[in-house]
Each structure stands twice: as C-alpha cells, then as structure tokens.
Design a protein around this ligand. Structure first.
Ligand code: GUN
Ligand code: ZN
Length: 430
C-alpha cells in the first residue's frame, strides 16, 4: 500500500511500568528492529527482517545502529522563559521578580510571542522532545502564538493562559473575571484543533486571589475535559508565604482543593515538600506530580521523593521546567533525576528514567495511548538516538555488557548531539 514508511534501527518499546513490573516484562529492546509508519501512526512493530517481508512495498529508512524510541514528552515547561534560561543566582521568589516577570511582560506583543514560540519548538524538536505541556503568560496573545505555531507543525502539545491577579507586576495581572473569560474563550478556540489541548493554568496560589482560584475551579467544573496545571510546594519559603496568604486552608494543596482545582487531570509541578495529607489526597484523586530535577537543583528547591511517591502509586511525570530548569534536554533531565535519586538514597534504573521521559509524562497528560511509546496505533512521534554521540560516550558504551548499560552513558552525558532525527506524526522535522 502507498504511503508506508519502514524505519529500521534498534527499537525500545515499553510493555509495562518499570517502577512496578520486572524489567523483562516492562521493556522490549530489539537489536535490529523496525517501526512501520502509515498515515501518521505506528502500523506495525517488530524485527526488521520480518517487517521487510511483511511490508515489501514500504519505503525503507534505515537508521542503522541508532535507537528508535518514542519522542520525549516534557510535562512542564514555560516556553516564554526560553530567552532567559540560565539566569544566575536567585531563589524562586527573587528569580521570578528579577528575571521571569520582566521577560513575560514582553509577550503582549504578538510578534515577539511568535518569535519565541518558533524558537522554543525548534529547540524542543532538536532535543528530541515531540510533546510538551507549557505555561504561557497572562496575555492571550502568548497562547495564540504558541498554538498557532504548534498547529502549523502538527505537534501534540498542551498549554493554557497563565492566570495571575496579585503579587505580580501590574502589567502581568488579570482579574478573576478576565481570567475566567479569556481561559474559556481560548479553550473554545484551540482545544481539539489538530493535536492541541488546553490546560486551565493558575500560575500558583501566591499569584491568584481566592476569587480567581474559585473562578478557574468553576471553569474546570464546566469543562472537565480540560487538563489543569499549576505549581505546588516547590520551596519552603513559598509554602510559608502560601499559608500566610490563605490562613484558613489546611496546607498548600488545600488552596487548590478548596476551590475545585484538585482532581484527575490536574498536573502539579515540583511537589517536593509535601505533607502526608497532601500525598494522600494527591494519590486518592490520581492527580499527576511533575518532577523537574534540573530546576530543583538550579533554583535550589529540594529533593523530590521519586522512590517514595512511585512506590505509593502516584502518577509521576518528568519535565525540564524551562527556564527555571537549566536545559531543554530530556536526556540532561533524566541525568538530573538520577542524581536526585542518588541523594534520596534510591538510584533510578535507565529503564525507569527513559519511561518517565516518555510514557510517564504521557500518562501524566493522560495521553499514554497516543504518545510516549512505540506501540501499534500510537502516533508516530519518533526519535532516532545515537548511543555513541560523543567520544566520551562512545568509549564508555563500547564496553557495555547489555542494552541498558549501553543506554545509560547517553542518559548521563548526552545532549542534542545524540538526537539524529525527529519525526512528528511520521514526518521528519529535525
Ligand atoms: N512557581 C511559580 N511560577 C514559577 C515559574 O515560572 N517557575 C518555577 N520553577 N516555579 C514557579
Ligand atoms: Zn514551572
């Protein structure tokens, strides 16, 4: 049949969750494998030679020794912070006031927003990330710029207008009513167009009044099909600030819960300093916790308890948190997650790291059937990864004794040089 492409290389597919299933059951590596792509989806998967015989008419693209994987899914980014990533020396609140808010103020200009959206997606795809869930700025123009560019590139992405009506400069503030009206209108305009999804986005409790949180909770009640993203318990100073601003609430999570902003479909970035009650409620509601390791070390936030939270059955995704995070690379992000796991007394296996960067984040976005895995029927967002992309990596992987030992040096030392091809819905884009 016309229009079939057979990608050949090593392949890595997840068949279960490596935090809960034995490695042999959770992952399948094929040394000489293939992925058949048709109409933007994965139509077949398996051993290269078997696929060649079964689909003799398919156009073959042979990636040799490269590893074919699902593209990475970055579950928490701020695309407007692309230009000010790696800004020196501040902790969260000072960092927001000194660097972030002035930069976000520029996004009322549609031309600037369009320029940064295009730059962000170029960088994202060059780093092998094919989907992201992004904050924007308070300006509806920043949402339009992001979704216009994503639609043009046929990307499966999530974003929403970042709502703030206090504790931010005047030029970045909306109101409870305008946050509700603009979020609703933007969701109607963009959600479900192409591969786009809308997330209701209160930045975090300190920058929203109770009235604004209530308005956004009401909107989520009317539109339960939307995701909701925010920040939770990133730094201890921030938590003290939240408790001062919301003295009637039991804890930080309760500032969301009370206003209808806690349930499945909620994505809570950072989630480092959690109380037992917060953990229990997050688990009961099956909300997603998004681990942002390079951000947590860069801004000095603390140690996320990956081991405890995954053991307890929490839904966890992985993210760069660009530009609080210090890298666009999900490889570098996996390395940081490994390092934080070491500080937490529990090293993550390479399979667990790769799963978090693909299926884990896709599960957090409730899109695991569509993205984040090589599986028949999934969308063909695929990367070809060089497991010997630099001399340092090559000399280490050369002496590896199994696939995971071959992969781990790329996780720890790899960057965009390892990403040799990126396919979006079956089409090569980088
Ligand atoms: N908390 C509220 N806003 C932000 C942000 O932009 N970045 C990070 N890392 N934390 C936040
Ligand atoms: Zn963030």
């Amino acid at each position: 049949m016309a229009g079939q492409t057979l990608l050949l290389g090593q392949t890595l597919q997840f068949t279960d969750d490596p935090f809960h299933a034995p490695l042999e059951e959770a992952a399948r590596h094929v040394r000489r494998g293939g992925v058949l792509v048709e109409a933007g989806r994965i139509a077949d998967l398996g051993e290269a030679e078997a696929l060649r015989s079964a689909h003799p008419q398919a156009e073959v693209v042979d990636h040799g020794d490269l590893l074919l994987s699902a593209g990475f899914v970055d579950a928490h980014v701020h695309y407007p912070q692309t230009g000010m990533i790696a800004s020196w020396g501040k902790r969260l609140i000072d960092w927001l006031n000194s660097y972030t808010f002035p930069e976000e103020g520029r996004f009322g200009d549609p031309a600037y927003a369009a320029e940064i959206a295009a730059r962000y997606f170029d960088l994202m795809l060059a780093h092998g990330t094919t989907s992201c869930c992004s904050f924007t700025t308070v300006h509806p123009e920043s949402v339009d710029a992001f979704f216009t560019e994503a639609l043009r590139r046929n990307l499966r992405v999530v974003a929403g207008k970042t709502c703030m009506d206090r504790n931010a400069p005047e030029f970045l503030r909306d109101t409870p009513q305008s946050a509700y009206d603009q979020s609703k209108a933007l969701a109607e305009k963009w959600h479900g167009q192409g591969r786009l999804s809308y997330a209701i986005t209160p930045r975090f409790s300190p920058t929203s009044t109770p009235d604004q949180l209530a308005a956004l909770g009401a909107l989520w009640g009317e539109r339960p099909d939307l995701l909701m993203q925010t920040h939770l318990s990133e730094q201890t100073d921030e938590i003290e600030w939240v408790m001062g601003l919301f003295p009637e609430r039991r804890d930080y999570l309760d500032t969301y819960e009370h206003f209808g902003l806690l349930r499945e479909g909620g994505l809570y970035g950072h989630a480092i300093h959690l109380t037992d009650r917060e953990k229990d409620r997050l688990k009961e509601t099956d909300a997603a916790l998004i681990h942002c390791p390079t951000s947590n070390t860069f801004i000095g936030s603390g140690i996320f308890d990956m081991d405890g939270l995954t053991q307890a059955g929490h839904r966890v995704g992985l993210a760069t948190d660009t530009g609080g995070g210090s890298s666009f690379s999900m490889l570098r992000t996996m390395a940081a997650a490994y390092e934080i796991g070491q500080l937490n007394g529990a090293p993550l296996h390479a399979a667990q790291l790769w799963w978090l960067a693909t299926q884990g984040s896709a599960r957090a976005l409730r899109m695991e059937d569509r993205i984040g895995n090589l599986a028949i029927g999934a969308e063909a967002d695929i990367i070809a990864v060089d497991l010997a992309s630099t001399p340092a990596i090559a000399q280490r992987s050369a002496r590896a004794e199994d696939f995971w030992e071959t992969l781990f040096p790329t996780i720890m030392m790899g960057d965009d040089r390892a990403i040799r091809a990126t396919y979006v819905a079956g089409r090569p884009v980088a």
